[in-house]
Design a protein around this ligand. Structure first.
Ligand SMILES: Nc1ncnc2c1ncn2[C@@H]1O[C@H](COP(=O)(O)OP(=O)(O)O)[C@@H](O)[C@H]1O
Ligand SMILES: [Mg+2]
Length: 269
């Protein structure tokens, strides 16, 4: 369980980025955080792996306050893939990038070899292992970032805007991947503006604005609340627009196959 208790955060220049955040995120859940640019989403997740510590209040991860743990200790359990791959990548080769966390956390060589093989196969990165990660395309860089974080198998995975710059195929892979991690009991937190991706994923959604949490609810509840989505700068997914247009506000299908069946049913009525 991740818990925020009355957390406020001011950046060193005085900018208030979080304002009295109270939040519980259950183990083995999928959560999305949405909201306008500058709402405080990235600042919030940086409190989970201890990169930032609250100015007021407390963040508790599995019964431990982040105030009492180092980033290194927290990172073992909380993996974070940053929005901008260029800010995360630093090693001279893809291989060293993926091995860094594994070596740093002191795993034994057998485990390191096993995880390295698994990650490079999963993300199809073996062919790049001796290349500088900075020479790869945007989508490939993102894969290296994912591989290097997932390599040490953290219990909590945070993805900041993971679908930006990814094509549909890569988004499908990411989608499957998040679901696989979820079925392996991991806790996943995704920051995203990608409404269609979120509709498919059906996470719990936290809406933020101006450093505050506005509402936490299901995708259907959030995306059919016109006032709310206006406030947090979102538009509803296409499928909701279509069904709202047909006068349907509830039990909106998640995928196109179900949508077609429902529309067919309506036509036959
Ligand atoms: N390093 C920083 N120094 C000062 N202000 C910052 C810094 N990083 C972010 N901010 C400010 O904090 C607020 C929240 O930013 P951020 O968490 O990055 O929002 P989001 O991820 O929702 O776009 C914004 O007003 C932003 O300008
Ligand atoms: Mg951000």
């Amino acid at each position: 369980m991740i818990e925020f208790k009355q957390v406020s955060y001011n950046h060193p220049d005085g900018t208030n980025a979080l304002n009295n955040i109270n939040l519980k995120i259950k183990k083995n859940s999928i959560t999305a955080i949405v909201g306008n640019n500058g709402a405080g989403k990235t600042t919030l997740v940086k409190h989970i792996n201890g990169l930032l510590k609250p100015s007021k209040g407390e963040v508790i991860i599995e019964n431990n306050s982040t105030k009492k743990s180092s980033v290194a200790e927290l990172s073992r359990n909380v993996g974070m893939v940053f929005q901008n791959a260029n800010h995360q990548l630093f090693a001279d080769t893809v291989k060293n990038e993926i091995l860094f966390g594994l070596k740093n956390f002191g795993f034994d060589q057998d485990y390191i070899d096993k995880r390295y093989e698994l990650m490079t196969n999963l993300f199809d990165l073996r062919k790049y292992e001796e290349i500088s990660p900075l020479k790869l395309s945007g989508g490939e860089k993102k894969k290296v970032c994912l591989a290097s974080v997932l390599a040490w198998n953290p219990e909590i995975l945070i993805l900041d805007e993971p679908t930006v710059g990814q094509d549909e195929l890569q988004k499908n892979i990411l989608f499957e991947f998040i679901n696989t991690l979820h079925s392996n009991n991991k806790t996943i937190i995704v920051i995203s503006h990608d409404i269609e991706f979120l509709w498919r994923l059906q996470p719990n959604i936290i809406t933020m604005s101006d450093g505050r949490i506005i509402e936490i609810n299901s995708p259907e509840k959030i995306f059919t609340d016109k006032e709310l989505i206006n406030k947090v700068g979102l538009i509803p997914p296409q499928i909701i627009k279509i069904f709202n247009g047909l006068g349907i506000e509830k039990d909106i299908p998640i995928n196109l196959e179900d949508a077609c069946k429902r529309i067919q049913g309506l036509m036959e009525e």
